[in-house]
Design a protein around this ligand. Structure first.
Ligand SMILES: [Zn+2]
Length: 70
């Protein structure tokens, strides 16, 4: 029993206590092996969010030009 060997989503080491007979806490227990997929999913979500924000900015920019005639 000790500290969890898992890594948090922000890249820092997990500071939770590891479960008995495991190197991981209740959060990372069972997530081991899926972390790569979860990480990829996070990056995909972030990229999608960024693309969405960029699209909104571009649309707003052109709408302002059209409506205000700037
Ligand atoms: Zn943990």
């Amino acid at each position: 029993m000790g500290t969890c060997a898992g890594t948090n989503k922000d890249g820092t080491s997990c500071s939770n206590a590891a479960l008995d007979g495991s190197r991981y806490c209740h959060v990372h227990q069972g997530a081991e092996g899926q972390s790569a997929d979860a990480h990829a999913e996070d990056e995909y979500s972030f990229g999608t969010m960024l693309a969405g924000a960029l699209a909104v900015s571009v649309v707003t920019y052109f709408l302002l030009h059209i409506v205000l005639g700037v």
